[in-house]
Write a protein that binds this ligand. Structure first.
Ligand SMILES: [Zn+2]
Length: 295
C-alpha cells in the first residue's frame, strides 16, 4: 500500500466535503504525517492504519478529521454569515452535513435504528429503537443527577462545551472513561440573553437531531426563562422544533446535570394533536399556547 496515495485519498475526500480547502492540502498532508509520527512517505505499512479511514469508527478517524476541520471560530463565523445572508435552513444544512462528513454524526451506526409508526386509540405513535446508542440505566441517571458538582472532573459532563476538541481518556485515567470529541464543533446561539451552543447528536433518534446546551454547567430547570429561551431558538431556526425534557429522572432525559434542549427537523404527533385548552402568554402575543391532555 502506498502511504502518499492513501493520504491523497483522504485529502480528496476532505476537499470534496469542504472539510478543508484546496490550498490546505500541503499543510494537511504534514498534519497527517505528524499524527503518524512519520518523517516522509517511505513507511508504506502505515497506510493500512488510515484505510479505510472513513469506514471505521475509531479514535484515529476522530482525531484526524478533528485536526483537519475548521476551528470553532471559523465555524462560528461561517454559521453566522449563513444565518445572516442565506437563511436558517442554509445554515443548518451546512452544519449538519459537515457534522456527518467528519463522522461526528454516526450515520452508519444510525442506519441500524428501527423506526415505525403505529395507530393507537390515542392517535399515531412514532416508535424508534435506537440500536446505535448505548442506553443508560435509569438508576445511574438518577444517581448522577443527585451527585454533587464535581469541580475537578474535566469536562464536567458530556454536554459541557469543554468537550469541543477533547482527546478523550481511558477508564483507568483520572476522571474515568470519557469519549474523544476532536471532531465535535459547537455553533453559538443567543437564547434569553445568554450564550448557548448547538451541536448534533452523534446517535440521533430523528432527522437532524440537535442538542442545545447552556454555556454554564448547571442543572436542567423548566421555568419562565426556559420557555423564553425555547421561543428565542424558534426565532433563529423556525424550520426546527425545540423541546425540553423535565429535569426529572423518569422522563427520559439522560443528563439532568446540564441545562439543555433537544430539537431538530422532524414533526412529532404532539405537534398535530388537538389542543384541549388554549391560552396566551403576556409578552408573547404572537405565540399560540395550548395544552394536550389526551383522550
Ligand atoms: Zn456539563
Amino acid at each position: 500500500m502506498d502511504l502518499k496515495r492513501t493520504i491523497d485519498d483522504i485529502l480528496a475526500y476532505a476537499v470534496d466535503k469542504r472539510i478543508i480547502e484546496p490550498q490546505d492540502e500541503r499543510w494537511a498532508t504534514n498534519v497527517i504525517l505528524g499524527m503518524l509520527d512519520e518523517p516522509d512517505f517511505q513507511n508504506a505499512a502505515r497506510a493500512g492504519e488510515l484505510v479505510p479511514l472513513m469506514d471505521r469508527d475509531d479514535d484515529l478517524g476522530c482525531e484526524l478529521l478533528g485536526r483537519l476541520m475548521p476551528r470553532p471560530s471559523e465555524m462560528a463565523a461561517h454559521w453566522c454569515q449563513l444565518l445572516r445572508e442565506d437563511g436558517p435552513q442554509a445554515a443548518t444544512d451546512w452544519f449538519y452535513q459537515l457534522s456527518c462528513d467528519v463522522d461526528y454524526v454516526k450515520r452508519k451506526a444510525m442506519a441500524r435504528n428501527l423506526s415505525w409508526e403505529t395507530r393507537t386509540k390515542w392517535g399515531t405513535l412514532q416508535i424508534t429503537i435506537n440500536r446505535s446508542k448505548p442506553e443508560k440505566d435509569p438508576r445511574a441517571i438518577a444517581a448522577a443527577a443527585k451527585a454533587p458538582k464535581v469541580d475537578e472532573k474535566y469536562p464536567a459532563c458530556l454536554l459541557c462545551m469543554e468537550n469541543e476538541g477533547y482527546a478523550g481518556r481511558a477508564a483507568g485515567q483520572r476522571g474515568g472513561e470519557h469519549p474523544a470529541r476532536q471532531n465535535l464543533r459547537i455553533v453559538p446561539l443567543q437564547l434569553g440573553g445568554e450564550s448557548w451552543g448547538m451541536q448534533y447528536s452523534p446517535y440521533g433518534y430523528y432527522n437532524e437531531h440537535c442538542i442545545v446546551m447552556s454555556r454554564e454547567h448547571r442543572p436542567m430547570c423548566v421555568d419562565r426563562a426556559c420557555i423564553g429561551r425555547l421561543l428565542d431558538f424558534l426565532d433563529i431556526l423556525p424550520h426546527y422544533f425545540i423541546g425540553s425534557n423535565a429535569g426529572l429522572p423518569i422522563i427520559g432525559g439522560s443528563i439532568l446535570s446540564h441545562d439543555h434542549f433537544q430539537g431538530g427537523r422532524h414533526r412529532f404527533p404532539l405537534q398535530d394533536a388537538p389542543l384541549d385548552a388554549r391560552f396566551r402568554m403576556p409578552g408573547a402575543p404572537d405565540v399560540d399556547c395550548g395544552v394536550c391532555a389526551g383522550p
